[in-house]
Design a protein around this ligand. Structure first.
Ligand SMILES: [Zn+2]
Ligand SMILES: [Zn+2]
Length: 311
């Protein structure tokens, strides 16, 4: 809409929209950016215009009419376009508490019912547009609000940025497939270690559909096409492992029992030797990031282990 007039003040508004013909010209330009195209026969070209019916354009080829107000709040009403535009300006720029009586007076309308209907139609459209844009973290203000309340298209809005990656591809970026081979179950082969964020409970954290899930549960879901019922437990005893063949399903009590029998009341994902190594290297001046990269684990886990050791 950048090349269409954009009133910044009341005098500018009055100058741009002095009468119905000016409003109609605006609607036409807003609707057909490249010039009129008949919606009936798809023919491009200058249509017939009627002074007495500014809201109507007639195709020169098929002679059918197109309405400028189609799809807007003005569609099907007898209220002049200039009154609608002025009303939209009032609704968009005034405090929300304006009464229909005040509205009627401002617009110079003789019928209260007309004022009431116009006011509510405009407010409804503006509200729904504001609700929509709030969902997309956008704001509707000023002239956009006038357009929104009239029901004119204001949403070529899409958030810029990269297209969302499929979950599996995004997930795989955080998985190191050369993890340690569990000492008590070498037959399992190497763990696939989560290198992303780590939750307080020692499990990996991964966000799907705005919800943060345990990474190993997501690993199960990606492999199986369904979530584990109700929990995913580790054969390998490594909370950061997301490898499907290292996981099995169990209930929550079993999960707790599993933890107790395996002798880990608190989460531990690295061996004692590895943790001692981390502490020593940190004391020697290595960064957490460098140590984490070397061990193939997340920086968050290194930080967590260091905090545990200090506690
Ligand atoms: Zn036509
Ligand atoms: Zn594992």
């Amino acid at each position: 809409m950048s090349d269409l007039p954009f009133p910044r003040s009341l005098p500018e508004f009055q100058k741009l929209f002095p009468d119905d013909a000016a409003c109609a010209a605006y609607l036409e330009a807003a609707k057909w950016r490249e010039g009129f195209v008949c919606g009936h026969c798809n023919t491009a070209g200058d249509p017939f215009r009627f002074e007495a019916r500014p809201g109507v354009l007639r195709c020169r080829k098929c002679r059918k009419d197109s309405r400028l107000t189609a799809g807007t709040v003005m569609e099907g009403t007898h209220t002049p376009l200039s009154v609608w535009f002025w009303a939209a300006y009032l609704v968009s720029s005034q405090t929300p508490g304006m009464s229909a009586v005040q509205f009627q007076r401002q617009l110079g309308l003789t019928r209260y019912e007309t004022a009431f209907q116009i006011l509510h139609k405009l407010r409804d459209r503006l509200e729904s547009e504001r609700g929509f844009s709030a969902l997309h973290e956008l704001t509707v203000d000023g002239w956009q609000a006038v357009r929104a309340s009239l029901g004119l298209q204001v949403r070529p809005w899409s958030k810029p940025g990269p297209k969302p990656q499929p979950v599996a591809a995004r997930f795989a970026k955080f998985v190191n497939r050369d993890g340690p081979i569990p000492a008590h179950r070498p037959d399992l082969g190497p763990c696939h270690l989560w290198t992303g964020a780590v939750r307080k409970d020692g499990y990996g954290a991964f966000t799907v559909n705005s919800k943060t899930e345990q990474a190993h549960r997501v690993g199960f879901k990606i492999a199986e096409g369904r979530w584990p019922e109700p929990c995913a437990l580790h054969h390998c005893d490594n909370r950061l492992c997301v490898r499907r063949s290292h996981l099995f399903e169990g209930s929550r009590p079993e999960n707790t029992a599993d933890m107790v029998t395996k002798g880990r009341g608190t989460a531990r994902t690295l061996s004692d030797e590895q943790v001692s190594d981390i502490v020593r290297r940190k004391a020697a001046g290595e960064t957490q990031t460098a140590i984490a990269a070397d061990l193939g684990v997340s920086q968050a886990l290194v930080s967590l282990e260091l905090k545990r050791r200090r506690a």
